[in-house]
Design a protein around this ligand. Structure first.
Ligand code: AHR
Length: 543
């Protein structure tokens, strides 16, 4: 592919000199305990030509997913106006401040599987209906965090709404009325009800999700059954906001695949074939794809307290994302060669065993340096396919799965994954620049992975950005980067690493995994970087 990175997988043996090897043997024979020294860094050649830019990296690639699940919304975002935890209209201020810094472009809500059992009227007005959350722990749901609270939260963090409607157990009428309630500026009864509930002006809704995993928790539908339902929702769930008629129109996202098996390729084929034949009366602008890094089902990898083998296994699994994107993009290309329909990876991330002692239905896990590396590798894949992949939503924003933030009552901690999202902010809306790279190989047992992974981009101001991940947990990587057409004078940014692959941030030690300033050397027109083992580094190259 045109913008595909050139990857020459060259296995170079890390070489001790004969002298060092002899010395180590002598020490071992003498029974000495030796600390294994850092192995020789291997030179990695990397080159970019910022005059040859590819697709724009849509800021929506850095979207979030916040389902009504466990402590994702309740406690994670919503504490209520009477809480002692500092809040604005019930929404915690610390979380809002942290999320503003990663410039969250959009948030997908209310689910997930939850969406196909959500009835929006339970979550508006002064009298909320208490329901159950049968998908996630069977707990009581006060519905205190409903439509207005979600939209208020988005306004506070500066993100757009991605609302998934209930196509499984709801009706087209229910969904259509929700969107009239949300978006109309006309004085309809529903608009007046919205005003009575505190919001006179119509809301903007950027994205409409037409169901969720309708092949499974969303109703176990066949592709054909789903397509006929989806057409009805696409037709009748309208956005009336006057500011979203000509420009900024709401984009409609259909349910897509959940993996690589034939049933998923058949699903993508069916939906895209229907799209190709669509008439004026319905349309879609995106096809959702879900793919978690699980390792094995049910999720049983530990999120903390693991070693290098599990690090390598999980990262190997996460790299399957590249083939999955290629596979479904190729099908989409057949029916939509102009790439009008975006591939929207609106659920992805690591899914591990629940933390001991937590409610298994709450999907609570720790977040380690491995997850930071995993996040960077996936964001890099999405950026390399930015012509088709124009939105992604990591699962899930707070306290659930691969979260950005974890909270415990008044305490809050930023995860290693959060730091990657913050470091990658300059890539939002920048133009992708292809990277030619000798990745090398990192080996662990029978697992071989590209040792180094990188993306580059040029932002609107002309700044050139490089994000490089050193996957190897044992050896630093020495990068010699050539940047065609510019004479670099300096290159600096931040790097994220930690002592161990399973290093985490905790409420008591929140900065175990935190970015540090990073400065590269510039020599002979090249940018020279020494990347620490198991690290993610983002720099800008200045002339
Ligand atoms: O993110 C947790 C769940 O995973 C979502 O509710 C569902 O869509 C997916 O199966």
């Amino acid at each position: 592919m045109l913008f595909e990175r050139v990857r020459e997988l060259r296995v170079k043996e890390a070489g001790y000199s004969h002298l060092v090897r002899g010395l180590l043997c002598a020490l071992v024979l003498a029974g000495a305990t030796i600390a294994v020294p850092v192995l020789n860094a291997q030179k990695v050649q990397l080159s970019i030509d910022p005059s040859k830019t590819g697709a724009k990296i849509d800021r929506n690639l850095f979207g979030q997913f916040a389902e009504d699940l466990g402590h994702g919304l309740y406690e994670g975002i919503w504490v209520g106006p009477d809480s002692a935890i500092p809040n604005t209209r019930g929404i915690r201020n610390d979380v809002v401040d942290a999320l503003k810094q990663i410039k969250v472009p959009n948030v997908r809500w209310p689910g997930g599987c939850f969406a196909d059992e959500y009835h929006w009227r339970n979550g508006i007005g002064p009298q909320r209906v208490v329901t159950l959350n049968p998908n996630w722990g069977g707990v009581l749901d006060t519905n205190a965090f409903g439509t207005h609270e979600f939209m208020d939260f988005l306004e506070q963090i500066g993100a757009e709404a991605y609302v998934s409607v209930n196509l499984g157990s709801g009706t087209p009428r229910e969904a259509a009325e929700w969107f009239e309630y949300l978006t109309t500026a006309q004085p309809t009864t529903l608009a007046k009800e919205r005003a009575t509930n505190g919001h006179q002006a119509p809301y903007k809704v950027g994205y409409l999700g037409l169901g969720n995993e309708s092949w499974d928790c969303g109703g176990n539908m066949t592709p054909d059954y789903y397509i006929s339902q989806m057409k009805i929702y696409s037709r009748f769930v309208r956005n009336f906001n006057p500011d979203q008629q000509d420009k900024n129109q709401m984009l409609k996202i259909a349910v897509g695949p959940g993996g690589a098996e034939p049933r998923w390729t058949e699903w993508t084929e069916a939906v895209m074939k229907a799209y190709q034949a669509h008439t004026w009366s319905w349309d879609i602008n995106g096809l959702s794809m879900h793919s978690y890094t699980v390792g094995k089902w049910p999720p049983s990898y530990a999120s903390v307290g693991f070693g290098e083998t599990e690090y390598a296994q999980i990262l190997k699994h996460t790299l399957d994302m590249e083939d999955l994107v290629k596979k479904h993009s190729a099908i989409m290309d057949k029916y939509d060669p102009q790439k009008k329909v975006a591939l929207v990876i609106d659920e992805w991330g690591a899914w591990y065993a629940p933390l001991p002692g937590s409610n298994p239905g709450f999907l609570v896990q720790q977040n380690s340096l491995r997850d930071a590396v995993l996040a960077a590798l996936n964001l890099n894949i999405f950026a390399r396919h930015a012509d088709r992949v124009r939105m992604s939503n990591i699962a899930q924003m707070i306290n659930v799965l691969q979260a950005m933030i974890m909270t415990d009552k008044e305490k809050m901690v930023l995860t290693p994954t959060y730091h990657v999202y913050k470091m990658y902010v300059p890539f939002q809306e920048a133009n992708f620049v292809p990277v030619a790279l000798e990745a090398g190989t990192y080996k662990n047992g029978d697992i071989s992975l590209p040792r180094v992974d990188a993306i580059a981009a040029k932002d609107a101001a002309g700044n050139v950005w490089l994000a490089i991940t050193n996957v190897d947990p044992n050896q630093p990587a020495e990068i010699e980067a050539s940047v065609t057409g510019i004479a670099p004078k300096s290159a600096s940014g931040e790097t994220l690493t930690a002592p161990k692959v399973d290093s985490v941030n905790t409420f008591d030690a929140p900065n175990g995994v935190a970015p540090k300033p990073f400065t590269a050397k510039v020599e002979g027109g090249k940018v020279m970087l020494t990347l620490e083992p198991k690290s993610v580094t983002v720099i800008s190259v200045k002339e």
